[in-house]
Ligand binder design. Structure first.
Ligand code: GLN
Length: 203
């Protein structure tokens, strides 16, 4: 079976474990979902979800314990990764904050995009809106945006999966998937199923 990890450093880990488990079950597949923290745990994975939370915290702690380096190696070997909100920021090559400006935070430096953190404002400006991801076969999805980033530049290998108000909010680059919004908070597992499909195809 497949082994999918949810990076359990900070953020909404439990919700992603649940959604990924449901996706595997729904697809009738054989697999496990575990919370991972250490390079040793990450080594064994077929796929990884990096949840939303605070990217500076997730990045700094993962740098310190060596996980960041291990995730980079796994990405280079083709392991699918799904980065959600802060997780998508982690995957990127460059991130700046809408208010603070250029940031020097630890990143995985893979997803060829420039990200603007907190594009849509502060916590109180969190919102939901229906979005669409036709390119990956999901025509209707509830986007939950919490201090969400947007993508302001994409490299040539990056496929734009969704936009909201002209802003890029979902992308794919090879086996790497990133969203500005939080699918694990909706009860809709279609995006997690899509990701599990990427893991299966690579496995
Ligand atoms: N604003 C957060 C960051 O920049 C991301 C918010 C989230 O993951 N919901 O890391």
């Amino acid at each position: 079976g497949i082994n999918i990890g949810v990076l359990a450093v900070q953020g909404d880990v439990a919700e992603n474990v649940m959604a990924t488990k449901m996706a595997i079950e729904d697809l009738g597949m054989d697999g496990i979902v575990t919370e991972v923290k250490t390079p040793e745990q990450i080594e064994d994975l077929d796929g990884l979800v990096i949840p939303g939370g605070e990217s500076t915290v997730i990045g700094t702690l993962s740098l310190v314990n060596g996980s960041l380096k291990k995730i980079k190696e796994k990405i280079a070997s083709g392991m699918p990764v799904f980065g959600i909100c802060a997780g998508m920021i982690m995957l990127s090559k460059k991130a700046k904050d809408r208010v603070v400006g250029e940031m020097d935070q630890p990143l995985l430096d893979y997803l060829d995009v420039r990200i603007e953190r907190n594009t849509f404002g502060r916590q109180k400006d969190s919102f939901e809106s229906e979005i669409s991801m036709e390119k990956i076969g999901i025509s209707k999805f509830q986007g939950v945006f919490i201090r969400a980033p947007s993508i302001i530049e994409t490299g040539k290998d990056v496929e734009i999966i969704s936009k909201f108000n002209e802003k890029i909010i979902a992308v794919k680059q090879g086996n790497i998937l990133g969203t500005s919004f939080h699918p694990e908070l909706t009860g809709d597992i279609s995006l997690h199923k899509y990701f599990v499909g990427l893991v299966k195809a690579k496995h």
